[in-house]
Design a protein around this ligand. Sequence first.
Ligand code: ADP
Ligand code: ASP
Ligand code: MG
Length: 467
Amino acid sequence: MIVMKFGGTSTQDSAAISNVVSIIRARLHKRPFIVISAIAKATNILENAGKLASEGQGDEALRLLRGLIDRHLSIIEGCTNEERRRTLLRDLIESSFCELEALVGGVSILRELTPRTLDAFYCYGEILSSRIVAAALQDGGVDAQWIDTNQFMVTDDNFTRALPLAESVEKRLTAIAEPLLQRGVVPVTQGFIGVTTSGRRTTMGRESSDYSAAVIGAALNADEIQIWTDVDGVLTADPRVVSSPMKVKQLSFEEAYELSFFGAKVLHPNTMLPAIEKNIPIHVYNSRFPGGSGTSVAAKSAPPTPIVKSIAYKRNVVLLNVTPKARFGQYVFWEHVYSILTRHGAVSSLTCTSEYSIAIALDAKNNIEAIVHELSSLGYVSVQEDRAILCLVGSMLKDSRTLLTRFFNVVAGENVDMLSFGASASSISIIIDDERVLDAVKTLHEELFASLPDNELFELLEYAPAF
Ligand code: ADP
Ligand code: ASP
Ligand code: MG
């Protein structure tokens, strides 16, 4: 069997959903299990509605939600024909609005939006879109069955960033899915959302529907996890920044992980983890161009030679530098620094240590003020804001004799604050000024990829992305 995950742009309107139906129909012989994201922008709208309600702007929250509900209603007009099915869907969408209205009322009174309540808002995006896709498949003659993730996607209770409990997921999901798949039924479920053991809806972090697909694939021992999105595959750089990126045909799990960790939005970094554990290949395809060969992500990737495959970047980074006040044992100092980060749930994107100082790159969304306050009890802390990480990803990068020279020729004029080389064979990263990073990505792309022929590893895009 295979898992097929469709992202927000693949379900954004009725034409896109009809296209998804034909993509699935053409792969019924592979016994697909379908994972659906919320329609484009829905999750942001739900989040904004929650925030507005907590600021006492309930009317504005409802206006946004009404717009979202109307978009769903207009989508079903275009992708379902059977009147009974359409009426059921309309009723379901309208009753979701009533539930959201009640949530807005509650949050407006309390003036508080906890992570748990935010998850209660978020889940409507995926529930509605997956319902619509299931109905559109049935309308197209496919024996599809909608499954609520609250039956199997058991997670911990870290609301808005929950992690699935793999054993429970596997046990529950195999019991539900295997009989269906054996009968040729196509299960359709939601990405992104899960449920605690006590039945509360959770979500697994923004953009995590790719991860949901991988968790489901691992639980069902899938032959392949397919991520269907709006680009031809993983590209040599972000197509919103570089005007003519190429498609990368193959990546290793490690390369894909590093690339997504350092900002390439096309895959959620966690997607690779269940795939690595069960050694299940991931394939990224373009739903607007289903005939394309996409990008394959697997345990090993060719060729066994040093080569940069893609450039990633992460903006809004804050760089902290801590030098201890007293020279107590180095390991004690590091332990204290890391325990402070752990207490704040802050993940360092890059870390660099010298004998006594430590530099840590953190996403600016963390509670930097509180972290700096605590770190100040250990040592002198300097804070540099408005930084960005620029990262080259590829295979055997440490073995290249020329790469560092070429890299530094391009970034020679930049204000480089940190270099990370050697910890990983698949990436080299630097930290520079945030406002310079997009230009640096463009120039580096020109330097590293402009003269590459259409060869075994890269492929010129078969259509120009509309960015
Ligand atoms: P989906 O809604 O299908 O999950 P996303 O928007 O999350 O899609 O991810 C796809 C987007 O990732 C692309 O439209 C592209 O703009 C962006 N992207 C950033 N870096 C890369 C890259 N290296 N390769 C491909 N896409 C990238
Ligand atoms: N809909 C969720 C989000 O926008 C999850 C996803 O699309 O992957 O974050
Ligand atoms: Mg995505």
